[in-house]
Design a protein around this ligand. Sequence first.
Ligand SMILES: N[C@@H](CCC(=O)N[C@@H](CS)C(=O)NCC(=O)O)C(=O)O
Length: 268
Amino acid sequence: MATNEQEPKVTLHWLNQSRSQSIVWLLEELKINFDIKLYHRNKQTMFAPPELEKVHPLGKSPVVVITPPGGSAEPIVLAESGYMANYLCEHFPEGRRLVPQKWKEGMEGKIGGETEAWLRNQYFLHYSEGSLMPYLVLSLVISRLKQPPVPFLIRPITTAVANRIISSYIFPNIYRHIKFLDQQLSTSGGRYICCDHLTPADIILSFPLFSAKDALDNMGQWEGGSWKKEFPRVADYVNHLQNEEGYKKSTQTIAKVDGPNTEVAPKM
Ligand SMILES: N[C@@H](CCC(=O)N[C@@H](CS)C(=O)NCC(=O)O)C(=O)O
């Protein structure tokens, strides 16, 4: 863990079943020494504990706090996964390995001079939270209308309303996203979303995909009966990310500090 006076001290504020698992993966890929401060969701409400608000006013996780070496400056508090990924990759040397080369030869600083892989990495870091996650969160919240604590007697009505919202609004949008990801994977030039190697975008995208993968089939009609049959390329991608050494190692890291039964990925 980080104690060297020459190195910045990095602390990840980690919450069970949250995006913070992707940040463990990213910090390890970047070979950064970091401490982990654990938080657990309230089992009834699933909210983060209020102590997280002392780290960042929104009280969400992940948050990364970096204290520059030698007390030279104030600690920097990073929230928002995509922003955090960009900041960490810019300031730690291994970021150069993960982030694709920015400029095409001879096109430095010009509009349109960026490589396709670099543009994709930037795009997908924003896409994950800005476009994909909102439908998954909506689906999670609306699905709660079908379960306790909604009283048994009114549950048939709330279930009908929930199913209607899912079939008319949420599923068509989620379908559009899986189809889009399939098309993007078919043109990325490799097994990853930006190019032929792992990038921060893959790591950040892994959270929505791991969270949704078991729930997608129940949301609507897929050709062949399942999303994996209709979009095997996306299924292969998700499987491939789950089998990445770095992801597996990140789950072991958390198991070591939070115990072997800790839940890292949320279930929708
Ligand atoms: N847009 C933020 C999302 C942060 C967020 O919503 N985190 C969730 C966990 S994945 C959280 O802390 N939930 C607990 C709560 O809302 O109380 C990011 O990209 O990091």
